[in-house]
Write a protein that binds this ligand. Structure first.
Ligand SMILES: CC(C)(COP(=O)(O)OP(=O)(O)OC[C@H]1O[C@@H](n2cnc3c(N)ncnc32)[C@H](O)[C@@H]1OP(=O)(O)O)[C@@H](O)C(=O)NCCC(=O)NCCS
Length: 150
């Protein structure tokens, strides 16, 4: 079943927070942090969910109102049981459609090859690194996308 990608509403808060826990375990955002994200939906946050009758994936963007400022892609994840079926690509595609004419930045752990491959597939390129940024000393890779990157 191909999921419906739709904007999240307040009714999705608990489901998305639970899925985040499943996807990131100790690195998941707290219930308070998720409540803060959802409280900013009418301000500078865009949260899209992949809905198959249940929420199987989500993406979170910070979209500043000043269009010259870059959008930050803060989070993307898919239920482990549903990975590698194209849902991440669908979420990214829907997210980037909302970023026409803008620059998008994100940060990915050096070892996170699945996410980095997904990002590269959309034309994200590495622009810098934060050395030893993550616990354990792993680098954070900063990647950038621009609609007119080609
Ligand atoms: C990254 C993530 C969102 C990808 O979601 P997904 O639904 O499995 O991705 P898709 O099935 O749409 O794959 C799209 C492309 O991404 C790349 N990709 C995805 N998983 C991959 C893997 N395990 N290894 C290598 N490349 C991978 C491939 O290029 C793939 O295209 P292909 O299947 O035609 O080769 C998912 O692996 C995930 O939730 N990871 C944990 C959370 C995370 O680390 N998020 C990023 C940091 S916030």
């Amino acid at each position: 079943m191909r999921p419906n990608i739709r904007p999240a509403g307040s009714e999705d808060l608990g489901l998305v927070a639970d899925l985040d826990q499943l996807c990131f375990s100790s690195g998941s955002w707290s219930a308070v942090a998720w409540a803060e994200e959802f409280s900013r939906l009418d301000q500078d946050r865009v949260i899209l969910v992949a809905d198959e009758g249940e929420v199987v994936g989500y993406v979170v963007l910070l979209v500043p109102s000043a269009t010259e400022d870059p959008v930050d892609l803060l989070r993307i994840a898919v239920n482990p049981a549903e990975r590698r079926t194209g849902i991440g690509r669908q979420l990214m595609s829907a997210a980037l459609q909302r970023c026409a004419g803008r620059t998008v930045l994100l940060e990915v752990a050096e070892s996170n090859e699945s996410a980095a491959e997904l990002y590269r597939g959309f034309g994200f390129t590495e622009i810098s690194r934060r050395r030893g940024y993550y616990a354990g000393g792993e680098d954070a890779v900063i990647m950038r996308w621009q609609e007119d990157h080609e």
